[in-house]
Design a protein around this ligand. Structure first.
Ligand code: ADP
Ligand code: MG
Length: 274
């Protein structure tokens, strides 16, 4: 089955479209990386995919139903761009947040043994069982991101959508977090990851969608490296593009933090960046 299907999706906040005529399918089990320069519409497209916004034109389907009236809330988990910031002040424990993943199933009832089991197993799978009674606000950024993933697992979500989840993490926690996403994907979870670090995406995702208002590329990771899509999509963004190279695969490190290609070893390129 197709997890997400977009056909000719256009969206504007005002008069000017920020997402323009995007069509793409995300089959179940895929790990899709969504890349593009700042302001290219990645976060907007993600919310369109999840039915949190309605397109101005075109259609979005989630698991073969119109996304805007998709009611099976627990099937889809969303870690928003500022999720960890918001959580910093939450006066709740890790276990309480993960239990929220069970709420859609328990609108009227009490927590059953199944619910408790699902919460315990989710905490276990992301390796934070020992943190269950800690306050979310007292965790590190990497630990907090795991809490949100655990909540998605407790919900038994089939689709996990994350918007730049590792911006605040150090390199080691980042790698560990992406290892976790890779494991979950191998176990069958469909993952859509918005990520500005192209090296990370090409190393982790099976397919790439490269956006700058419209879709510049959608296909296999290997083909993306060989295409001109990156240069085309990032063309006007001189902070990211290395103008000395014609291929568009090379980037300088002028980005404020997390240069777009910090994981250069993840790509198999003949030339080096020195
Ligand atoms: P990205 O995630 O790729 O950085 P966004 O989807 O956040 O891009 O934003 C795409 C464009 O839409 C940007 O020009 C941004 O300024 C604009 N935008 C984003 N959110 C809003 C909003 N709530 N109201 C008006 N404009 C917005
Ligand atoms: Mg964004």
């Amino acid at each position: 089955m197709t997890a997400v299907s977009l056909s000719d999706v256009t969206f504007s906040y005002g008069d000017v479209p920020v997402v323009d005529g995007v069509s793409l399918d995300v089959p179940e089990g895929e790990f899709l990386g969504l890349v593009g320069p700042n302001g290219s519409g990645k976060s907007t497209l993600l919310t369109l995919m999840l039915g949190l916004r309605r397109p101005t034109r075109g259609e979005v389907r989630l698991f073969d139903r119109p996304a805007h009236d998709f009611s099976d809330g627990e099937r889809v988990a969303y870690v928003a761009q500022d999720a960890t910031d918001a959580a910093r002040d939450m006066p709740v424990t890790v276990r309480e947040v993960v239990r929220m993943g069970r709420y859609p199933r328990n609108l009227f009832g009490r927590f059953s043994a199944d619910d408790r089991e699902a919460v315990a197993s989710a905490l276990d799978r992301v390796d934070i069982a020992d943190l269950a009674d800690r306050r979310v606000g007292a965790l590190s950024g990497g630990q907090r991101q795991r809490v949100f993933v655990a909540r998605a697992l407790a919900a038994e979500a089939d689709l996990l959508a994350l918007d730049e989840p590792t911006v605040a993490l150090d390199a080691e926690s980042r790698e560990a977090f992406y290892d976790l996403l890779g494991d979950l994907n191998e176990q069958g979870m469909t993952v859509v990851l918005v990520e500005h670090d192209i090296g990370v995406v090409t190393a982790r995702a099976s397919r790439i969608a490269c956006l700058n208002k419209r879709l510049y590329f959608h296909g296999d990771t290997d083909d993306f490296a060989d295409s001109d899509a990156l240069a085309a999509a990032y063309g006007s963004n001189q902070r990211v593009l290395d103008h000395d190279h014609g291929h568009g695969h090379h980037h300088d490190h002028g980005h404020d933090h997390d240069p777009a290609l910090s994981h250069s070893d993840a790509r198999d390129e003949p030339e080096d960046e020195s």
